[in-house]
Design a protein around this ligand. Structure first.
Ligand SMILES: [Zn+2]
Length: 315
């Protein structure tokens, strides 16, 4: 276990979360795209966030209308005022609900800011527990994710989706088993037929199984299956980063995850070390097809797969 932790620590500085501190937040613009009659997506502008070159920070969802505003995720805290301004250009009504797809700071660091605007925050129990743990760490005062004012107020487990009915829409908060992190949620807008899928799917760089935050390969594969079941052929699927996809785009992605995991499993059976597996470049057949598929994200992905399979976590 200690060994696993050390290996992960060696990769962590490349994970992007640390790099985010070097970006110039002043230059970021928040761009708005309409996805349905009253559903919108907000994205940071490109080329500024070293961890997400395609769009700064995590994507935000907005449902607007006479019953008020519901938001999905809250971005880096440094962008909160700009996000609020973008929401206000869509709708001036009260921001009533905010749901988090997962704990990473590019999705939750603005929570306290939006709670102050009146939003009641929803998330998985696991996500809240992780935030509470962060708030007890020595560096908590400098970590916006550890600010208790931004903790989820309403939490839920792995049971039936939470349903919010407002603005002629039924919004489903669908719990996903530990995939990208231990507390992932998909959010579906039933009438608009739009599904926000957080970060356990991504088409910019390789999959990110965040073992330090409870992510698992097994959960990632289950989550991809669950996502396919929540969608039909026309559903717009909105990843936390990267481009909008359709349900069937998940099939080759899932196949890739399975193929890489099979290859890593074989090499573990042959007694190969992590360094040997990384040197074998098991993702090579996919590198050309993956946008932003840098060495860094391949190493991070293969390392996580190796750690889980090596420790006996099966599929
Ligand atoms: Zn994430």
């Amino acid at each position: 276990m200690r060994r696993a932790w050390l290996l992960l620590a060696a990769v962590a500085p490349l994970s992007g979360l640390a790099l985010a501190q070097t970006m110039d937040f002043n230059k970021v613009e928040i761009l708005t795209e309409q996805l349905g009659p009253n559903v919108y997506m907000l994205s940071g502008s490109s080329g500024l966030d070293p961890s997400h070159e395609d769009a700064a920070g995590g994507r935000i969802g907005v449902l607007a209308g006479p019953d008020g505003v519901l938001m999905i995720d809250s971005q880096y805290v440094q962008l909160a005022e700009k996000v609020l301004a973008a929401v206000r250009r869509i709708d001036r009504g009260p921001i009533r609900y905010l749901v988090n797809t997962h704990i990473h700071r590019d999705h939750t660091a603005g929570n306290a800011f939006f709670a102050k605007q009146g939003a009641v925050i929803f998330a998985r129990e696991e996500l809240r527990e992780s935030m509470v743990k962060l708030s007890q760490a020595p560096n908590a005062s400098s970590n916006p994710v550890a600010n208790p004012a931004g903790f989820p107020v309403v939490t839920y487990g792995m049971g039936d989706p939470v349903k919010i009915r407002m603005n002629n829409e039924v919004v489903h908060f669908i719990p996903i088993r530990a995939a990208h992190t231990s507390g992932d949620t998909n959010i579906k807008f039933e009438n608009a037929n739009v599904l926000f899928i957080g970060d356990f799917y991504r088409n910019y760089g390789y999959p990110f199984i965040d073992l330090n935050n409870g992510g698992t390969l097994k959960g990632m594969l289950e989550g991809l299956d669950a996502t396919m079941k929540s969608a039909d052929a026309n559903t717009k699927l909105i990843p936390g980063h990267g481009t909008i996809i359709k349900r069937d785009d998940i099939i080759p992605y899932r196949d890739m995850v399975v193929a890489v995991a099979d290859k890593v499993q074989q090499m573990i059976a042959q007694g190969k070390s992590l360094q040997e597996v990384l040197a074998a470049k098991v993702t090579a057949p996919y590198d050309a097809k993956i946008a932003g598929g840098t060495d860094t994200s391949a190493v991070r992905f293969v390392t996580a797969v190796y750690q889980e399979l090596k420790s006996g976590g099966g599929r």
